[in-house]
Design a protein around this ligand. Structure first.
Ligand code: AMP
Ligand code: ZN
Ligand code: FE
Ligand code: FE
Length: 282
């Protein structure tokens, strides 16, 4: 049995490889299957699935949805979604509209801070896909306002920084609902960004999300510590959640991170895909 990667970004959101490039690259790396999980969009899935068919490689249609949560951020992953589901498409159009309203506001805020970039600059680096903060970061680096990605986020773009503009989100329950409506399996992405205080808080959150139909938790993730992985595993076992994993490869900034292997120590067996398939119909 081969290995997989269930968390990847393409040019449809803020990654640098096109969906076809990603699929070819994953096959070249010797993986057995991947999922493309762009932020709030399924814009890359048709191309990715098509390429998979062409070269004989399994591509699982996926998505990563940002949900309402504080103090940290909550990302919900959806696997095996049907990309022509009408409710899903309607919800995603709404999110795209929200971004179209948000992005010019971020440009405006940057301009007020003496950072002279235009929306056209951002659109240019986004390469035609959905625009997100990493594209703003790229422009800030290009125009020498910051030295690197992290500085761009820390000084300007991260939640609470002076150029940050919040975007409209669905509640976790709404997001899980429309993932399920599209016959997808809802999984809680990288729990370490939730900003929760320990096992008990995460446990309470999981119980609520499971009531809405959550079926899995992303246990294996490059930014999770051994301690966090152990915690998430214990919770997954306690509640019968599928333990998924992925690298969250974008192809920007983190040069030591690669598809399938993360920082070299990731090995996700294909059996995870089978477990996801098994809970899909529940
Ligand atoms: P957006 O979709 O515009 O909200 O941007 C979200 C993306 O920005 C995430 O997927 C990360 O790639 C990146 N990002 C968000 N917060 C940070 C941060 N504090 N430091 C570095 N990158 C970040
Ligand atoms: Zn991203
Ligand atoms: Fe995420
Ligand atoms: Fe991601």
């Amino acid at each position: 049995m081969g290995y997989i990667d269930l968390h990847l970004h393409t040019t449809a959101s803020d990654g640098v490889k096109t969906p076809s490039e990603m699929v070819r690259y994953a096959k070249f790396k010797g993986l057995q299957a991947i999922s493309i999980t762009d932020h709030d969009t399924i814009g890359g899935l048709e191309e990715g699935l098509e390429e998979g068919k062409k070269i004989g490689f399994e591509v699982i249609p996926g998505i990563e949805i940002s949900a309402e949560h504080s103090p940290g951020s909550m990302h919900l992953l959806g696997y095996f979604i049907e990309i022509d589901d009408s409710l899903l498409n309607e919800r995603l159009r709404y999110l795209q509209k929200a971004r179209e309203e948000r992005n010019p506001k971020m440009v405006e805020k940057l301009n007020q801070l003496g950072v002279h970039i235009t929306y056209e600059d951002v659109l240019r680096v986004s390469g035609g896909g959905q625009v997100g903060r990493p594209h703003f970061a790229q422009v800030l680096i290009e125009k020498k306002y910051v030295k690197n990605f992290q500085e761009a986020f820390d000084r300007y773009l991260k939640k609470g920084a002076p150029a940050y503009v919040d975007k409209l989100r669905f509640t976790p329950v709404e997001a899980i609902r429309f993932i399920r409506e599209a016959k997808g399996v809802a999984v809680l992405g990288h729990p370490n960004t939730l900003g929760l205080n320990g096992y008990g808080e995460l446990e309470r959150l999981l119980i609520d999300l499971m009531k809405a139909g959550l079926k899995g938790i992303e246990v294996y993730y490059p930014e999770h510590s051994f301690f966090e992985i152990a915690q998430y595993k214990a919770l997954a076992e306690k509640y019968g959640l599928v333990m998924t994993g992925g690298t969250d490869y974008h192809g920007i900034e983190k040069e030591d991170l690669d598809v399938g292997v993360g920082r070299g120590d990731m090995k996700l067996p294909y059996s995870i895909v089978e477990e996801l398939k098994a809970v899909r119909t529940l």
